[in-house]
Design a protein around this ligand. Structure first.
Ligand code: ADP
Ligand code: MG
Length: 691
């Protein structure tokens, strides 16, 4: 393929430059073509000095009126230049004697630079400049000048020169367009060649802002192509996964019946529906890949347990993986309570357990004696060997990326059989996003909370009114016999500081509330200590639990009806929603007090307002998306769910339905284009499934 050619084929790129370009992710001529400008300079016309505004970059031309060295805090060379319409000051901090000489009164200059407000008049600081003769008409640029993301050792000028070479190659017509014109006809988008030329070399009148923000057909054409490539790659992954054989689960349903009968409640209709969807998957000869979304408290754990007993009854083991120790402990507690009465053994793997305990648990798994394993990432490790793994449950998916999910799948594969996978998340993902970011998964939604829950009332209070909050805790715990959480947050990543803050809060509360039994839990406690504290809180032996954000997920104490969060403005929306979800689990009305420190940023204010206004996880996810963008919401920044080069899932959301439609058509009518398209955007082992 002509455009897969290495950059060293271009003039000016030797091995050293190639290495530096690689730091920008640029390896081939094609990469260079998709390295898009993030802004443009207008060097196509000369602007009248009198019409300049601060902040714009412009070309100006005029005659030097005075030029002097000014001695002050910083020595500088100041040249006033006018063109009849007005004057501007050119300011140089670094200059040579020769330079000063050349810039004498009467000399004509053409300058390019950013216009700023100066002490006397508008200024350009260190403009690019060139002397022009009166009679000489110097040619201006034909196109807007692109500004590319650059890096150390790769100057803007170099990138521009290389781009021009690449564009000349493009003009010669060899670059492959994988999206046939018939496919794009209905969307009215241009060809690849047209789009790239327009983005790199826009004509002077092109609306630049739209070009950058993705609103022009040219930019959309490129974004669409990238999204399409990712979508197709995930679809391929899904297709590939369906070629694998999975354990055939033919349970009698007896265990399921027993476990459900022992529950103190009946399943909601939504839980039943999702369990039925899972059962249908488990009856297929290929592995289930299902994402279950359900708000905090919607009862995902029971759904997972219902799936687990199916696998266990069919003679297979189940792995339940959680993102944090505490959540893993919570699952261990729940699954033990449900499964042990049925005579089933549970293994437990944690990063913090001792060697002896660990060995025992590993042995239980390897021999098949344990039917189910609960743990954190520790379940990934090489020494963990299952006898017959049939189902993997991953809780709180947003903390794991596609690649991690795949790694776990590989781990469980044996004799050509791949375990079923159930992924649970409390971060609702808008449908269009799910289609793209999770196109390899089937989707289920638990869209109903168990009955009898009263919505949590949320108030937002300045930290200065702490005394009122303490009084509120006293009323709830001392007088009404309820329990409460007091969560301390810190910006610092340091666990030590976090714990200190929690300790201080606990000391303050013990003094202020002498009649209450108060416990303190933080990340530096030993697991056994933490567990014991949580157990005491659960058994209502403690009234108030002071904690760091370690209680974020998982803990389940229905009698707790008050949640206080200190410095709530420091946490993200999803995290606050999770924390708040710790209360409102019983039938008594609950409340959440969000304390903040002044001054509140605009974003902080918007987050707290969102929580006050709604309890609905989907609505909160929507606002979160609005405030932060999907990269953050999906945790892509950390785990690389989607590594997008030019598309932006939030900005380009509108294109997502089109992506699905085009993918179907491409697969049907031009299946040969799919592989090279994916290759172009996700080459070099980035493809989903290349773990
Ligand atoms: P999440 O979806 O946040 O993981 P959990 O599975 O922890 O929620 O469930 C929250 C609480 O609701 C638990 O105490 C659980 O036992 C309870 N629960 C689950 N399903 C029901 C139901 N159908 N009716 C009443 N309570 C339920
Ligand atoms: Mg849960």
């Amino acid at each position: 393929m002509a455009f897969d050619v290495s950059l060293t084929a271009l003039k000016g790129v030797g091995p050293r430059m190639a290495e530096r370009l690689e730091r920008l992710g640029l390896r081939s001529v094609e990469d260079l073509l998709f390295h898009l400008p993030y802004k443009y300079q207008d060097r196509t016309r000369v602007v009248a000095i009198g019409s300049l505004q601060p902040g714009v970059e412009a070309v100006i031309e005029g005659e030097i009126e005075v030029c002097d060295i000014k001695f002050g805090k910083r020595r500088s060379l100041l040249c006033r230049m006018g063109d009849g319409s007005g004057s501007i000051m050119l300011r140089f901090f670094h200059f040579s004697a020769k330079q000063k000489q050349a810039l004498e009164r009467g000399v004509r200059l053409r300058c390019y630079g950013e216009v700023r407000r100066g002490p006397v008049m508008l200024e350009m600081v260190h403009p690019e400049y060139r002397q022009v003769g009166d009679e000489m008409v110097t040619p201006q640029e034909e196109y807007l000048t692109p500004v590319y993301p650059a890096t150390d050792g790769v100057a803007q000028k170099t990138l521009r020169q290389l781009a021009v070479q690449a564009l000349n190659l493009l003009r010669q017509g060899e670059v492959k367009d994988y999206l046939p014109p018939e496919l794009l006809a209905s969307s009215g988008l241009p060809s690849l060649q047209q789009a790239l030329l327009e983005v790199h070399q826009p004509l002077p009148d092109t609306p630049v802002f739209e070009l950058i923000e993705g609103d022009t057909p040219a930019r959309q054409r490129l974004v669409l192509e990238e999204l399409l490539a990712h979508h197709l790659s995930l679809r391929q992954l899904r297709h590939k996964a369906q070629q694998d054989a999975a354990p055939l689960l033919k349970p009698t349903g007896l265990l399921r019946k027993k476990i459900l009968a022992a529950l103190p409640f009946a399943l909601t209709a939504a839980q039943q529906r999702v369990i039925a969807e899972i059962d249908a998957d488990l009856a297929q000869p290929f592995p289930m890949q299902r994402l279950v979304q359900g708000d905090v408290g919607s009862g995902k754990t029971v759904v997972a347990a219902a799936a687990a007993v199916h696998a266990i009854e069919a003679g297979y083991q189940v792995a339940v993986m959680a993102p944090t120790e505490l959540l893993a402990e919570q699952h261990r507690y729940n699954f033990s309570a449900w499964l042990q009465p049925l005579g089933l053994k549970i293994a437990w793997l944690s990063g913090k357990q001792g060697i002896k305990q660990r060995r025992e648990n590993l042995a239980l798994l390897a021999s098949g004696e344990a039917a189910l394993a609960v743990g954190t990432h520790a379940l990934f490790q090489d020494e963990v060997v299952f006898d017959q793994l049939g189902l993997v449950v991953v809780d709180e998916q947003h903390k794991f990326g596609v690649h991690q999910r795949l790694a776990l799948r590989e781990k469980g594969s044996r004799d050509g059989q791949v375990p079923h996978q159930l992924i649970m998340t409390a971060t609702p993902i808008p449908r269009t996003l799910a289609m793209t970011a999770y196109a390899d998964l089937d989707n289920s939604i638990i869209d109903e909370l168990p009955p009898g829950r009263t919505p949590v009332e949320t108030v937002v209070i300045s930290g200065e009114r702490r005394a009122e909050v303490v009084a509120r805790v006293h009323k709830a715990c001392g007088e009404e016999g309820r329990q409460a959480y007091w969560v301390c947050t810190l910006i610092e990543e340091s666990e030590v500081l976090q714990c200190q803050a929690a300790e201080e809060a606990a000391t303050m509360l013990v003094e202020a509330l002498p009649d209450l039994k108060i416990g303190l839990v933080h990340g530096r406690l030993k697991p056994a200590e933490k567990e014991q504290l949580m157990a005491r809180f659960k058994a209502n032996e403690l009234d108030l639990l002071v904690a760091t954000t370690v209680i974020e997920v998982g803990v389940d104490v229905p009698n707790a009806s008050l949640m206080i969060i200190e410095n709530a403005e420091r946490l993200g929306l999803a995290q606050l929603h999770q924390l708040r979800g710790r209360v409102g689990r019983g039938s008594v009305s609950s409340s959440c007090v969000l304390m903040y420190h002044k001054p509140l940023s605009r974003q902080g204010k918007a987050r707290l307002a969102a929580l006050r206004e709604t309890n609905d996880g989907f609505e909160i996810a929507r606002r979160d998306l609005e405030l932060r963008g999907p990269g953050e919401v999906l945790g892509t920044r950390q785990s690389g769910v989607l590594r997008l080069r030019i598309a932006d899932l939030e900005r380009d959301q509108g294109l997502l339905p089109e992506v699905g439609r085009l993918a179907n058509e491409l697969l049907q009518r031009w299946p040969g284009q799919v592989a090279p398209l994916i290759d172009r955007w996700l080459g070099d082992g980035q493809r989903y499934g290349d773990v």
